[in-house]
Design a protein around this ligand. Sequence first.
Ligand code: PGA
Length: 251
Amino acid sequence: MKLVYANWKMNLPLPGAVEYAKTLFRATEEEARRTEIVLFVSHTQLFPVSAVVQNTFLRAGAQDCSRFEEGAYTGEVSAAMCAAAGATAVLIGHSERRKYFGEDEQCLANKYALALKAHLEPVLCVGETLEEREAGRVEAVLARQLQALEAQKLLPERLLIAYEPVWAIGTGVNATSEQIAEAHGLLKSKIEYRFGRTPLVLYGGSVNPANIEEILDTENVDGVLVGGASLKLETFLPLVKAAAARDTKTA
Ligand code: PGA
């Protein structure tokens, strides 16, 4: 089964978000059984969106959670609060969090641990910048970004990683199949070697209806994390359908 995760970022204000979730549910009742769809929404959308997707095959997730558990941290939203608002998963370390909010490996390790404590499924986001790729540092960067896993006392059975090269996010230039297969292969072998289990690795970065088939058919790709193309049903539905179609093939 291929995973199709939507990262709405700071878009789709209410009530549009609720309408979106309702329409998505109606339009994918069949496909949703053959793929796994999570909508990563902003904190204020969590409660209403999760109410819509409750008892369906769709899930709601948070885009971030605090690195603190609770207390005097004005403006923060804890992992437990996300879970209470209906999230079942959380993105950890999206490159926009790393870039604009200075999140480093220690901060992300704390978030990862608190997500697990709150019974949220963490999706650890990793990926190199263009500069790092051109300097031949992809492997070193990915290894460093896996430190959040190293720091955990106990890891979940199902490990989720999103490989999102920074230069492919929101640029319209997706990574090639070779680049994706190589990076995902590296991530899988490093995690297998270190933790004894094979992670599910999603690709993110300018996924759209035109490239979804090729990306999903690329070696080592377990699904996609989609930003821009997840904001409109006309571009998101074809991605869900492509993923569901691949499940029939392997059934
Ligand atoms: P994009 O974003 O699909 O708009 O490139 C992906 C992401 O940032 O998760």
